[in-house]
Design a protein around this ligand. Structure first.
Ligand code: HEC
Ligand code: HEC
Ligand code: HEC
Ligand code: HEC
Ligand code: HEC
Ligand code: HEC
Ligand code: HEC
Ligand code: HEC
Ligand code: HEC
Ligand code: HEC
Length: 306
């Protein structure tokens, strides 16, 4: 019994060893220490890596539980060889970044090897994937704290490519993004989504209801465009009008409403019945009389007046 058990262990060890030898692409024997021999400047982003979740060797799922640095950068024996001063050092097997010779798909493959699924379920076919955006263009995995994962510092990373949203963030009315209370990923899933515009939820409204639940209703008297799409009247990123509105009232309302017994043209009686129009509806904001623009629960709120 004893002998056969030992024999079995030897057999497993031997076959495992033989297999490893067949496929060993030449990972550094001393793991990350071999790399840090040259990449060890304390100030460099490389050394900071040792403090990140990826460098936790005790966690069997991490790169450091396998081939250390080379789990991501690939086996790179040629890169580590001594080179003459006149020679150019060959690059590691995988170099990350927009200007790298490693194709973006191949860079992302490394990350997706461990991070497929979950919130990245819709990565393939997403706008960022289709535009050849690399994981590394948003994630700084060498930093002690990846700034895209921090609410307050995240927008700055997005703004490097999305300049329009940066401009919007300086407008008079915005979500409290600068203050760090709301951030891009509260509404967007950068990794892909089943909804439009990389929104976290299936529609604009479902995304908004996440925080503005009172606008979901149900209301006794609904206002059709509110049910339909908040962005008929609001812009999410910033507006020079109050309350993130896309246009000033009453113009906003008149984009859809040209009622017979309401002024068709503002500040004039055009479209009103009778020779002398009722002065009470002239020059007044629709909101003065129809304040319940999102819906009303008042028994007689059918015209959103109360
Ligand atoms: C013998 C010294 C030495 C060792 C050992 C070494 N490197 Fe390098 N590495 C360099 C030098 C020098 C450069 C800069 C090359 C250049 O800019 O052309 C470099 C550049 C790099 C780059 C950046 C390439 C780029 O174009 O931005 C990466 C990534 C890298 N090394 C990873 C590693 C990894 C991973 C290991 C361990 C498996 C390693 N290096 C081991 C010397 C070394
Ligand atoms: C989780 C995957 C991963 C691991 C593990 C990893 N790196 Fe990197 N490394 C990256 C990515 C991604 C970049 C690109 C960083 C960027 O663009 O900001 C990078 C960049 C680099 C660079 C270029 C730095 C620069 O400023 O241009 C060097 C050198 C490097 N890594 C060396 C190492 C060494 C040495 C280790 C082990 C201590 C290591 N890497 C471990 C993913 C990894
Ligand atoms: C060998 C597997 C492996 C590879 C390859 C890998 N990761 Fe990870 N990654 C992990 C594990 C494990 C964690 C820790 C997860 C946890 O704690 O739940 C992690 C955590 C992260 C986190 C969260 C970090 C934090 O501070 O919370 C990010 C972001 C991340 N990885 C991005 C990347 C990117 C980008 C790449 C490719 C450059 C990559 N990973 C490659 C295994 C991997
Ligand atoms: C356009 C920017 C962007 C790109 C590209 C991107 N990410 Fe992320 N990633 C984020 C943001 C923002 C968060 C934090 C909030 C969230 O989870 O949506 C995050 C969070 C993560 C996390 C930690 C949270 C978790 O639950 O898993 C991992 C791991 C991760 N990303 C991996 C990847 C991988 C792998 C890729 C490439 C296939 C990638 N990311 C591409 C922006 C990006
Ligand atoms: C490296 C550049 C880059 C970074 C960083 C980046 N994006 Fe993008 N993003 C793109 C590109 C390129 C597209 C596709 C082309 C387009 O629609 O502008 C895109 C598309 C999008 C879209 C979809 C637009 C549409 O019309 O469907 C959203 C939403 C978005 N990004 C949000 C973000 C958020 C949020 C962040 C930060 C967490 C971010 N992006 C970071 C480059 C980037
Ligand atoms: C309150 C929710 C919310 C927040 C926070 C938010 N967005 Fe959006 N974003 C949306 C909605 C809704 C849309 C689609 C409607 C539209 O085009 O106006 C959108 C559209 C986009 C688009 C596509 C624009 C276009 O013209 O098609 C980009 C790019 C984008 N957002 C980037 C960002 C970035 C970067 C941040 C962080 C600074 C951010 N968003 C924060 C809700 C949000
Ligand atoms: C992550 C939570 C969150 C989500 C999701 C969200 N909001 Fe907000 N919204 C806020 C917060 C916080 C405020 C500021 C409230 C305050 O200052 O009292 C705000 C304020 C507003 C305001 C008033 C702005 C002002 O100038 O007073 C409007 C309008 C608004 N949101 C519309 C939307 C729309 C439309 C959506 C969907 C595209 C949305 N919100 C999604 C959190 C959210
Ligand atoms: C028909 C145009 C219209 C639509 C559609 C609309 N809103 Fe509004 N919203 C307004 C107007 C006008 C105001 C300004 C009210 C005021 O100043 O008293 C406002 C104000 C707000 C405010 C800030 C004041 C408050 O009442 O809390 C929030 C938050 C808000 N809207 C969220 C939403 C959400 C979420 C949706 C989609 C479910 C939505 N709105 C759809 C016109 C609209
Ligand atoms: C995107 C188009 C759109 C915008 C913008 C819009 N509405 Fe409406 N509104 C509608 C539709 C559609 C109905 C439903 C008409 C129906 O049922 O016959 C409606 C109905 C109404 C009603 C009557 C409710 C009823 O039961 O008959 C009032 C009052 C009203 N809207 C006021 C406003 C005010 C005030 C604004 C500006 C803050 C506004 N609307 C902006 C499309 C819009
Ligand atoms: C001085 C107050 C007042 C102002 C200002 C006003 N309304 Fe009205 N509106 C009313 C009243 C009262 C009713 C209800 C009439 C009824 O029940 O027959 C009404 C009815 C409506 C209806 C329902 C029409 C229908 O077919 O049943 C719409 C739509 C409407 N208003 C839109 C607007 C818009 C858009 C503006 C701004 C351009 C506006 N109102 C400005 C008082 C006002």
């Amino acid at each position: 019994m004893m002998v056969s058990l030992v024999g079995l262990i030897v057999l497993i060890f031997a076959s495992g060893y033989a297999g490893a030898e067949e496929t060993d692409p030449g990972y550094a024997k001393r793991g990350e220490k071999a790399c840090l021999k040259c990449h060890s400047d304390d100030e460099s982003p490389v050394a900071k890596f040792l403090k990140t979740p990826h460098a936790q060797r005790a966690d069997g799922r991490t790169p450091f539980a396998a081939h250390d640095c080379e789990s991501c950068h690939g086996a790179s024996p040629e890169h580590m060889k001594k080179v003459e001063e006149s020679e150019i050092r060959p690059l590691p097997a995988v170099v990350f970044g927009a200007n790298s010779a490693t194709p973006v798909d191949q860079q992302n493959e490394v990350c997706l090897g461990c991070h497929e699924g979950g919130v990245r379920m819709n990565w393939t076919g997403s706008q960022h994937q289709a535009a050849d955006t690399s994981c590394a263009s948003c994630h700084d995995v060498h930093a002690a704290r990846d700034s895209i994962l921090v609410k307050k510092t995240q927008p700055e990373v997005c703004y490097t490519c999305h300049v329009e949203q940066r401009a919007d963030s300086h407008r008079r009315s915005t979500h409290p993004i600068e203050e760090g209370k709301v951030t891009c990923s509260d509404c967007h899933n950068s990794h892909g989504s089943a909804g439009p515009k990389l929104l976290k939820e299936i529609s604009v409204n479902d995304t908004c209801y996440g925080c503005h639940a009172e606008k979901r209703g149900p209301f006794l008297w609904e206002h059709a465009p509110v049910r339909d799409d908040c962005s008929s009247c609001h812009t999410p990123h910033g507006s020079n009008l109050t309350r993130l509105l896309k246009a000033r009232t009453p113009y906003l309302c008149q984009e859809c409403h040209q009622e017979n017994y309401h002024p068709g043209t503002l500040y004039s009686g055009t479209g009103l019945a009778g020779a002398s129009p009722n002065a009470r509806v002239l020059g007044k904001d629709c909101m003065n009389c129809h304040p319940k623009v999102h819906g009303s629960n008042h028994p007689s709120g059918t015209r959103l007046t109360r």
